[in-house]
Design a protein around this ligand. Structure first.
Ligand code: HEC
Ligand SMILES: [Cu+2]
Length: 340
C-alpha cells in the first residue's frame, strides 16, 4: 500500500514537471505565443525569458528536493529529544550568498546587454509608424507615406519598423507576441519600440492593459507582406482619387456616408468628403479581414449587424447607433466593402 502511494506520488511529480517543460512546445502552435518568435526582437526577448525560466526551474527543483528530503528525513518522531541547537554557520552563509550572486550575474549580464540593444532600431532605414491607441481600436499612421489605416498594420517582410506609441484617451498596451514584447501606450507620452517580421503572414496582437469595457475586444493584426506587395498597397492607397461607382448600390452608400448618418464626422475615406478622425480611417476597409478591431470576420452580415447597432456587437463601442434603415445599411455595406 505504502509502496503504491509512493509510486503514485512520484508519477504525479514527474508529470507536473513534464508539463512545465512541455508547455513551451505546445504553445508553439498558438498564434499569440512568445515561444514562437517570428522576428529578432521577439527572439531576443524570448531567449531572455527562457534563460530566466530555466534557471528558476532549476532552483525550484534543487531547493524543493532538499526541502522535501529534509522535511521527511528529519521529521519529529514520538519520543525524539530536542535536537542540537545551532546558530550561525559561516561556511553555509558564504555559500548561500555567493550562489545567488552568481545566478543574478548570469541573468543580469544578458538582460542589461539586450535592453540596450533593443532600446532603439539597429538602422536608420526604418519604416515609421505612429500607433495611436483609442478605446477600443488601433490607429496606424505612416508619416513617411502620408497614409492612415486602422486595426490591421501592413508592413513589409524584413524591414525594420519603428513604432511610436501614443494614446488618445487612457493607458493601453501594444502587444504582438510573435514580433515583440508589449509596450505601454500612455496619454501625454510618446513611447517607442521596433520590430521586424522575418516571414510573411498574419501576426495576432491585442491590447494588454485593461482600458475599459471592450478592452478584450481591442485586438489587432500585423500583416507582413513581401516588399512588392506592400509597395503595391501603398501605391494603390496613394492613387485614390474622387471615388465614383458604377454599382448603383455602392454609389448610394457613398451618398449616405457623406451626408445622412453623419459617418463623415467621425470617419475618413480618401476620395470622399468624409475626413473625420474620431473613428477608424475606412479608406481601405474592404480589404480588411476583420471588423471592429479584430473582433469579427469582415463579412457583409457582420458589417450590417455592426451598422445596425454597434454596441450590440461590441459592448461600450464609441460608435453611436444611428437608426439606419435596412436599405441604407445594405447600401452602406456595398459601399464600404468596395473600398479596397
Ligand atoms: C460619433 C462618431 C461615429 C460616427 C457618427 C460613426 N462612427 Fe463608425 N466608428 C466610430 C468608432 C469610434 C469606431 C471604432 C469602434 C471600435 O472598434 O471600438 C467606429 C467603427 C466603424 C467601423 C469598423 C471599422 C473597423 O476597422 O473595424 C465601420 C465600418 C464604421 N464605423 C462605419 C460607420 C458608418 C457607415 C457610419 C455612418 C452610418 C459611422 N461609422 C458613423 C465612430 C463613429
Ligand atoms: Cu486595453
Amino acid at each position: 500500500m505504502v509502496g503504491n502511494m509512493k509510486r503514485y506520488r512520484h508519477a504525479a511529480v514527474a508529470s507536473a514537471l513534464l508539463s512545465l517543460f512541455g508547455a513551451g512546445a505546445a504553445h508553439a502552435q498558438a498564434p499569440q505565443s512568445v515561444f514562437a518568435p517570428a522576428g529578432p526582437v521577439a527572439r531576443t526577448q524570448g531567449e531572455l525569458l527562457s534563460l530566466t525560466l530555466y534557471i528558476a526551474i532549476g532552483i525550484f527543483v534543487v531547493v524543493g528536493s532538499i526541502l522535501l528530503y529534509t522535511v521527511i528525513r528529519f521529521r519529529e518522531r514520538p519520543g525524539d529529544p530536542i535536537p542540537k541547537q545551532i546558530q550561525g554557520n559561516t561556511t553555509l552563509e558564504v555559500i548561500w550568498t555567493v550562489i545567488p550572486i552568481v545566478i543574478l550575474t548570469v541573468i543580469a549580464v544578458p538582460t542589461v546587454r539586450d535592453s540596450f540593444n533593443l532600446a532603439s532600431p539597429p538602422t536608420d532605414d526604418v519604416l515609421e509608424v505612429r500607433v495611436i491607441g483609442h478605446q477600443w481600436w488601433w490607429e496606424f499612421e505612416y508619416p513617411q507615406l502620408g497614409l492612415v489605416t486602422a486595426n490591421e498594420l501592413k508592413i513589409p517582410v524584413g524591414k525594420v519598423v519603428h513604432l511610436t506609441l501614443e494614446s488618445n484617451d487612457v493607458i493601453h498596451s501594444f502587444w504582438v507576441p510573435r514580433l515583440a514584447g508589449k509596450m505601454d501606450v500612455v496619454p501625454n507620452r510618446v513611447n517607442s519600440m521596433w520590430l521586424v517580421a522575418e516571414e510573411s503572414g498574419i501576426f495576432y496582437g491585442q491590447c494588454a492593459e485593461y482600458c475599459g469595457t471592450s478592452h478584450a475586444n481591442m485586438r489587432l493584426r500585423v500583416i507582413a507582406q513581401p516588399a512588392e506587395e506592400f509597395e503595391a498597397w501603398v501605391a494603390a492607397r496613394r492613387s485614390v482619387e474622387a471615388l465614383a461607382f458604377a454599382d448603383d448600390l455602392a454609389a448610394r452608400g457613398k451618398e449616405i456616408f457623406e451626408s445622412t448618418g453623419s459617418c463623415w464626422a467621425c470617419h475618413t475615406v480618401d476620395g470622399t468628403a468624409a475626413d473625420g478622425r474620431v473613428g477608424p480611417d475606412l479608406t481601405d476597409f474592404g480589404s480588411r479581414t476583420t471588423l471592429a478591431a479584430g473582433m469579427l470576420p469582415n463579412t457583409p452580415e457582420n458589417l450590417a449587424a455592426w451598422l445596425r447597432d454597434p454596441q450590440a456587437v461590441k459592448p461600450g463601442a464609441l460608435m453611436p447607433r444611428l437608426n439606419l434603415s435596412d436599405a441604407d445599411i445594405e447600401a452602406l455595406t456595398a459601399f464600404l466593402h468596395s473600398l479596397l
